[in-house]
Design a protein around this ligand. Structure first.
Ligand code: ATP
Length: 268
């Protein structure tokens, strides 16, 4: 049997903290993600969600356990990984087109081919006509579309997304969620999507992974059998969605309460 595209086996991450002690951010975490699967990761604030992503991206080596991508141990940033974070990695001094072309250029593609592919993706994210604009001329939602095109233009096999839409207003956020689902559905990419927002997690994902309060380990994994294609705003009103929400929240709530007791003030 072939191994999953992403595999964390007993993954643990410790960071040095003050006075020579060690802080365990992630402990004995097991997780698999298959090609074409959309996994959302939720957990209390500060529990270790971003650290979990950084293990998959190779930005942080595991202190113990194994992290594999495509069956190979992760020792550096694996090929075929695209990122999208809360703060976009867009360059304000470059036009929309050149921002999107920068990834393929960095990977050695000729300027003309990179721009051709970038123009295609700018169109696919709904920004045709804005190729020559600079970032300050765009709304927050449009900048997010640029970031999405930047991520997708390299046709990643794995998309690591860390609260990419959390800075957007509610309506723009829903639009971007739909947009992400539409674009991802045409690919075979595996997605790991970290969010504080349980509704977002359920609306987008095939499975929702609930992490414990710090240190993060997997508490529960919920399969989300809601049919696709999905329109997130309509989906949220359905009985099935609310039933799943109650079920997952039941699991998450205990961890949020534990985190609060430990002194964390924000909620998942
Ligand atoms: N590079 C680092 N060095 C030291 N400690 C770190 C480092 N990165 C993360 N941590 C610690 O690990 C813990 C988990 O952080 P992480 O950012 O993974 O949590 P999170 O669940 O993504 O947080 P949030 O919900 O606020 O986004 C925190 O206590 C954090 O301070």
């Amino acid at each position: 049997m072939s191994s999953p595209l992403i595999e964390l086996i007993g993954a643990t991450k410790r960071f040095p903290s003050g006075s020579g002690s060690v802080h365990t951010a992630v402990r004995d975490l097991n997780l698999t993600v298959e090609p074409g699967e959309f996994a959302a990761v939720v957990g209390p604030t500060g529990c270790g969600k971003s650290t979990t992503l950084s293990l998959v991206s190779g930005l942080q080596p595991a202190s113990a356990g194994q992290v594999r991508v495509n069956g190979e141990p992760v020792t550096s940033i694996p090929d075929g990984v695209g990122y999208m974070f809360q703060n976009d990695a867009v360059m304000p001094w470059r036009s929309v087109l050149d921002n999107v072309a920068s990834g393929p250029r960095f990977r050695g593609m000729s300027k003309s081919e990179a721009r051709r592919q970038a123009a295609d993706w700018v169109g696919r994210v709904g920004l045709a006509g804005f190729e020559k604009y600079y970032l300050h001329q765009l709304s927050g939602g449009m900048r997010k579309r640029v970031a999405l095109a930047q991520t997708l233009v390299t046709e990643p096999r794995i998309m690591l997304m860390d609260e990419p839409f959390s800075a957007l207003d509610v309506q723009t956020r829903a639009l971007m969620q739909d947009e992400l689902l539409r674009l991802w559905s045409g690919s075979d990419a595996a997605v790991v999507f970290v969010t504080h927002d349980l509704e977002e997690a359920i609306a987008l994902a095939d499975k929702v992974v609930v992490l414990t309060s710090s240190p993060a380990t997997v508490k529960d994994v919920f399969t989300i059998g809601l049919p696709r294609p999905r329109q997130v705003e309509e989906l949220r009103l359905t009985e099935d969605f609310l039933r799943i929400y109650r079920e997952v929240w039941e699991s998450l709530r205990g961890e949020v309460e534990k985190a609060r007791t430990k002194g964390t003030t924000d909620v998942a």
